[in-house]
Design a protein around this ligand. Structure first.
Ligand SMILES: [Zn+2]
Length: 69
């Protein structure tokens, strides 16, 4: 977790995560979870659709989300 990821996560928490399969349906303020296990999503700041909803956009995002899914 670097500072950029932390900033992205903070931004993502301002909006709810979309329903599956795009996201995990966590409400605003709650961290993303891995849908299959219910564990906190650790390899990415949040689901990519949630980050997009929060206005977070940068090139490496998609790659990180795929690794963390
Ligand atoms: Zn999510």
């Amino acid at each position: 977790m670097n500072l950029e990821d932390q900033a992205d996560r903070d931004a993502a928490l301002t909006v709810p995560c979309p329903l599956p399969p795009l996201g995990c349906a966590q409400p605003a303020g709650a961290r993303c979870v891995v849908a299959a296990t219910g564990e906190l999503l650790e390899r990415a700041p949040a689901h990519v659709a949630r980050l997009r909803d929060a206005g977070v956009v940068h090139a490496p995002l998609l790659t990180r989300e795929i690794r963390g899914a």
